[in-house]
Design a protein around this ligand. Structure first.
Ligand code: AMP
Length: 420
């Protein structure tokens, strides 16, 4: 038997109801904040990710799905959403539009990771990218939007961990301090960190292997190296978050794994879930350098990404999860061929009026159909019989109270809608 690939999941049954619910809540919130949906291709030129995410990043070095198509093009399955959105923004000259461009996406991402709880090879993220403004208002808006979406999904005990990497000057000063600090200890860190020391020392702070190592725990903090302007900017972002009543903690260890961040970086965690990195539901940051890196004009960008699979796993543990279990509005029951003709029409009519309706396709007897209706958790049973149909009537049974009434065939749909 062919089975699914390692690190992949099928989202079906009750999970798919939650998945659709998450998608709807996300779409609803994004629309209120006036973010427009963007769908970029699942594969892009490999170069896009090499240049944006960075060749020295773990993602590009170890985790991308790279392949050549039959035309010899070097392609990569997207490991994250930002690069594709920025590529599209530049290709469509979004920067020439007078307003700030605010996009959101919802789709699958691909990383060749070691699969474990909350870490898949194909996973779903939703996220935003805001292009064209450097105003701290946007930093606060993006962070609070992420927070508010998770809150709307009823995920409790959320906390934003926030840090600032500052502008280029601040980053360079910090980089130098970090190199000087790490130099005498570097041989005590993992082989990857030793390599990172030469390619991108900031990445060492993100290392999954050495995260608890004292050397990393005691490393210099980016916020101590911010120049006056960057410090002021960071304070403004925090002031705005206070105003929006977002719970945050300044966490100097957050530098984020990707090459392109500057100024604000953040993660959002669920404090209810203490399975280490699995509790990180999303994160993001400002990436003012990225647009130029991809041959665009000097401009500004900020975004976040949230992991839907981790959100879904948390929601499944919540008491209200039961509310999401599939239930239908009506089950239409019939036995004879004549009744079946009515069943066809009635079922179609109800469905076209938005009433979730199921019926029998297996020529089951009435007993079997009652059982099926219970499996579907049908609220109403519509029981057809020839005698009543001839008089223009149908039997409607409330499956909870077991009360049964005869309803005029012509008024059936309104009756059901009125009682749902
Ligand atoms: P990142 O793009 O690495 O900042 O990830 C943002 C969010 O996406 C994380 O906080 C996770 O919730 C989710 N995520 C990232 N990688 C994976 C993965 N391999 N499997 C499942 N979810 C992931």
């Amino acid at each position: 038997m062919i089975t699914k690939q390692k690190g992949c999941v099928d989202i079906g049954g009750d999970d798919s109801i939650l998945y659709e619910y998450i998608r709807n809540v996300v779409a609803h919130m994004m629309t209120s904040y006036n973010y427009s949906f963007i769908r970029t291709p699942i594969f892009e030129a490999s170069e896009l990710f090499h240049r944006s995410v960075g060749v020295s990043s773990d993602i590009v070095k170890k985790e991308t799905y790279d392949f050549q198509d039959k035309g010899g093009r070097n392609l990569t399955l997207r490991p994250e959403g930002t690069a594709g959105v920025v590529r599209s923004y530049l290709e469509n000259k979004g920067y020439s539009l007078p307003d700030v461009q605010k996009y959101y996406y919802f789709g699958t991402m691909y990383r060749y990771e070691r699969p474990q709880t909350g870490r898949l090879r194909e996973f779903t993220q939703f996220g935003v990218e805001v292009l064209g403004s450097n105003d701290p208002f946007i930093d606060a808006e993006v962070i609070s939007l992420q927070y508010k979406i998770l809150e709307a999904l009823r995920i409790s005990n959320l906390q934003v961990n926030i840090n600032s990497l500052g502008d280029n000057e601040s980053r360079m000063n910090y980089r130098e301090a970090l190199i000087n600090y790490l130099k005498p200890h570097i041989h005590e860190l993992c082989p990857d960190c030793q390599e990172r020391f030469n390619t991108n020392p900031l990445r060492i702070l993100d290392c999954k292997v050495d995260a608890q190592n004292e050397i990393i725990q005691n490393a210099p903090r980016t916020i101590d190296y911010l120049n006056t302007e960057s410090k002021k900017r960071f304070e403004t972002v925090l002031k705005y978050l206070d105003l929006l009543e977002i719970d945050y903690e300044v966490d100097a260890k957050i530098v984020r794994g990707l090459d392109y961040y500057d100024h604000t970086v953040f993660e959002i965690v669920s404090l209810d879930n203490n399975e280490g990195s699995q509790s990180v539901l999303g994160g993001g940051g400002r990436y003012n350098k990225l647009i130029k890196e991809l041959d665009g004009p000097d401009s500004y960008g900020i975004g976040f990404a949230c992991g839907v699979d981790r959100i879904l796993a948390i929601m499944k543990e919540m008491p209200f999860y039961q509310d999401f279990k599939e239930s239908i509005d009506c089950y239409v029951m019939y036995v004879s061929e004549e009744e079946k003709l009515y069943a066809l029409e009635i079922t179609q009519n109800l469905r076209l009026n938005g009433v979730i309706t199921e019926t029998d396709y297996l020529n089951k007897g009435l007993k079997g159909q009652f059982k099926a209706a219970d499996r579907f958790k049908a609220k109403y049973l519509i029981i057809l019989n020839n005698e009543d149909l001839k008089k223009g009537l149908v039997n409607v049974k409330d499956n909870a109270t077991k009360e049964e009434v005869k309803v005029d065939l012509d008024e059936l749909t309104e009756y059901i809608i009125g009682n749902l």
